[in-house]
Design a protein around this ligand. Sequence first.
Ligand code: AMP
Length: 394
Amino acid sequence: MRTIDELELGGKRVFIRVDFNVPLDEQRKVTDDTRIREALPTIQKAVRAGAKVILASHLGRPKGRDPKLSLEPPAGRLRELLGPEHEVVLADDCAGDGVQKVVRDLKAGQVLVLENLRFHKEEEANDEGFSRQLASLCDAYVNDAFGTAHRAHASTAGMVPFVAEKAAGYLMKKELEHLGKLLKGAERPFVAVLGGAKVSDKIKVIENLLPRVDALLVGGAMAYTFLKAQGVEVGKSRVEEDKLPLASKLLEAASRLGKELLLPIDHIAGTSPDEKSEAREVKERAIPRELMGLDIGPKTRELYRQQIRRAKTVFWNGPMGLFEVEKFAAGTREIAMAMADLREAVTVVGGGDSAAAVNEMGFASRMKHVSTGGGASLELLEGRELPGVRALEK
Ligand code: AMP
């Protein structure tokens, strides 16, 4: 796969697929600009080389044109980050005659941000006509949208064969290197920490990581499906009943492979999964009938911290509890801190909630890598080939 360094960019119309799908508040202000900042090196490279830069992204899940999901806020943030010497213009669409004209008038070093790709249903449908329209805007294609690389859409896959030259951007390259190394040649001991709502989302990741890791630490609601599969009373905790046999199988696989699959040994529990619930410490594995587990307890926090402390590689995806509510956030914070405290180890945080937690808690700069892609990083660790990456390799 070529990278942007291998493309001749000067004077060319360069289409960069970025992932500006960022969170917005009610005033439509960008609340976390990580994905925009992470795309800057690629954008700056193209601008400085004298390319006519065309940026394209989706934002949210619009059903047709929706002004609330315009790319204006991320484009505005990009303008601030690039500074006054670069002009950033927002097009009012991403395809059609109007855009063709704007692109024709683009000058070297200017940045054009196309309007939300998903205002056209053809984007997600990976429609060939739409792919050709996007391709007709440019001479070279660069994909830096790792967070969307697990989707075979027009802008991530469909348009690529219709452009003369293609390459990965710096963010895409960095993500593939860091996450790829976890599957091939990770330094041991390798500890993986998995949490979040559902076992079903993580089954394939667990299957693929088990042979590679030394220990797998499980937290979040998914831990209760495992505990119940072991015959432990979990009270009202969230359990995926239909996944109990699979949880048992994974536990068996871990012991067959001689890997430690650790589950919580104590809990912070409550009566409902919200702010109103009181937080009660349950000092043993079994949870009383009237309660639900909402975070890992202090003994588990310490146990997991010790496991992380001995690791040379740590991968983490998924919160340890209902971390949006402060009284159930201690377990998630402990994992972030334990990883941040490691000096020599390779620490990688999968995207989504755990990346948001690490950013919010201020630990991001102390991690080796915080992925910008939740779904994409999980699919990669499942051992799957991402359509957006495959398109660059063909
Ligand atoms: P996921 O999208 O699978 O990473 O799951 C993240 C969501 O799971 C977050 O909104 C967490 O608040 C929630 N969560 C984590 N642990 C628990 C738990 N013990 N009970 C209920 N929800 C949980």
